[in-house]
Design a protein around this ligand. Structure first.
Ligand SMILES: [Zn+2]
Length: 215
């Protein structure tokens, strides 16, 4: 990225939208040229605080830094999309994102915002269940307490049900079984210390490497 092609505003600032690898939008803040250069040099996202009129290494005091992955300017070079790995919650309220979550009652009433990045949030939720694994707990906590054999058995069961549903002419049942399979596969990934992100990375590399891969 050529900094000279960026369009900073009359105060010398450019907004940066921070997105995590799960697709979650974490926060929006301002950068001046120095903050951007520091971000690139240190590998940790640094902003310009308009209220304090000072450079602000995100997470400097809280420890919740943003480890830089990639910065992409938008089409007219006056906004930055900053892809970063968060080392903790990004909002001062202690929430992962500065943007309010969709209220629980709205979640049930409409499929929005059940987009693909929500899988990342689901993984975060399931990881919390894993750390509180309990034979007397929720369905997920019980599965984690029972360990890899039990979870792997569920994956095989659900895979069989997906196949049966795929052969019946019932789209709703088929999608439901696919959801069950994906859910239990996700549990198995976590149980073995892996993540859905690892799987996505493999798929992406296969695609990026044109010499091989199925896509
Ligand atoms: Zn916030």
């Amino acid at each position: 990225m050529n900094l000279d092609t960026l369009r900073f505003d009359s105060d010398g600032l450019i907004p940066g939208i921070v997105q995590s690898r799960t697709g979650d939008i974490r926060m929006v803040a301002w950068l001046n040229r120095e903050a951007l250069q520091l971000t690139l040099d240190t590998g940790f996202v640094t902003f310009w605080s308009r209220s304090r009129q000072a450079l602000w290494v995100k997470g400097e005091s809280s420890g919740n830094r943003l480890k830089l992955i990639q910065i992409r300017p938008d089409c007219d070079a006056d906004t930055l999309l900053i892809l970063a790995d968060p080392e903790g919650p990004s909002c001062h309220r202690g929430t992962e994102s500065c943007f309010d979550p969709v209220p629980e009652d709205k979640l049930a009433a409409t499929p929005w915002p059940a987009t693909l990045p929500w899988l990342g949030q689901l993984e975060t939720l399931l990881r919390a269940r894993q750390t509180t694994a309990d034979p007397a707990g929720s369905y997920t906590q019980r599965l984690f307490a029972q360990g890899v054999d039990r979870i792997a058995k569920k994956v095989v069961e659900e895979a069989g049900e997906v196949v049966i549903a795929a052969k019946n002419d019932d789209r709703e049942a088929f999608v439901g079984e696919a959801a069950d399979l994906l859910f239990h596969l996700e549990l198995l990934l976590l149980e073995r210390g892996a993540s859905l992100l690892d799987v996505v990375e493999v798929l992406h590399h296969r695609h990026a490497d044109r010499s091989g891969g199925p896509v």
